[in-house]
Design a protein around this ligand. Structure first.
Ligand code: G3H
Ligand code: 13P
Ligand code: ZN
Length: 305
């Protein structure tokens, strides 16, 4: 059944587990996420970015997700991930998304509040949940400790932001970043900052850039020709600790991409005579599904549907 992020995340916040938001781009990735949720009896957030909308088309993606939700015996939401402007958000609300993210993290504090508030007014009128982001996800390019800290979420500003916008969930920056290259040295997150934010903010908190970049997937991809030197993610113990400190939604994209493409490489290289797309994409979908299932167990959402 199709529900909002708020409906999925309030119980998670109260009971101390997290719901995964998994990015999909096509039928195979949607099937992987939904089949995993059904097998794990887990609530799930199906996340779609503006670039995936550009790739797959808003109407197609909305309809395949809503079709899956009609028959899936688990609660799921259709969520816009990293909506950057009001127009994109409105189109997704109109199309039938049940949750939207307005990412004003690149704006000044007051501008982020103003844009988020506008989105909250529009979305709440239609019963749609809103996620916003405060602070930026530091990349490896912010190499000094000072540079990395400067973009993290300030706990007092988070409290003010939530009060002024009426947003349903808040993405916080505590040291994660998007993609497969999150750290040059040791993986470090600012857990004390997360604790201070949780003390001040009483809505579900979201962790972006949470892929672990598992070595077994990297090794498989590299074995069959990928170049991924220096790839590094968030250790699973850090994810558990973040959940224990109050993270209720966890975004995963990179690990799914790695599992999918590593398997495509493996099939193409071990079965050179194969040219049926279903025999190439099918195993890739299964590999992605196994990763989603293992995330659901790690996040504690298995069995919570
Ligand atoms: O933040 C989400 C993604 O990992 C980036 O996704 O390449 O679909 O924009 P995208
Ligand atoms: P990863 O790149 O770590 O998978 O993060 C995905 C994400 O935050 C999507 O919004
Ligand atoms: Zn993100």
């Amino acid at each position: 059944m199709l529900v909002t992020n708020k409906e999925l995340l309030l119980p998670a916040m109260q009971k101390g587990y997290a719901v995964g938001a998994f990015n999909i781009q096509n039928l195979e990735s949607l099937l992987a996420v939904v089949e995993a949720a059904v097998e794990e009896k887990s609530p799930v957030i199906v996340a779609v970015t503006p670039s995936s909308i550009k790739y797959g088309g808003l109407a197609y993606l909305t309809k395949i997700v809503r079709t899956a939700a009609e028959s899936a015996p688990v609660p799921m939401s259709l969520h816009l991930d990293h909506g950057k402007d009001f127009e994109t958000v409105s189109k997704c609300v109109e199309a039938g998304f049940t949750s939207v993210m307005i990412d004003g993290s690149f704006l000044k504090f007051e501008e982020n509040i103003a844009l988020t508030k506008r989105v909250v007014d529009l979305a709440h009128a239609k019963g749609v949940s809103v996620e916003a982001e405060l602070g930026r996800l530091a990349g490896v390019e912010e190499s000094t400790v000072e540079e990395r800290e400067a973009v993290l979420t300030d706990p007092d500003s988070a409290k003010e932001f939530v009060e002024q916008t009426g947003v349903d969930t808040l993405a916080v920056a505590i040291g994660t970043s998007h993609g497969a290259y999150k750290f040059k040295g040791e993986a470090k997150l600012d857990f004390e900052r997360l604790r201070l934010i949780r003390e001040r903010v009483n809505i579900p908190l979201v962790l972006h850039g949470a892929s672990s970049v598992p070595q077994w997937i990297i090794q498989k991809a590299v074995k069959y020709g990928a170049e991924l030197a220096g790839a590094k993610g968030i250790p699973e113990e850090h994810i558990k600790k973040a959940i224990s400190l109050g993270i209720s939604k966890i975004n995963i994209d990179t690990d799914l991409r790695l599992a999918f493409t590593a398997t495509i490489r493996e099939v193409l290289s071990t079965k050179p005579k194969e040219f049926d797309p279903r025999k190439i994409l099918g195993p890739a979908k299964e590999a992605m599904k196994e990763v989603v299932k293992s995330k659901m167990r790690l996040f504690g959402s298995s069995g919570k549907a």
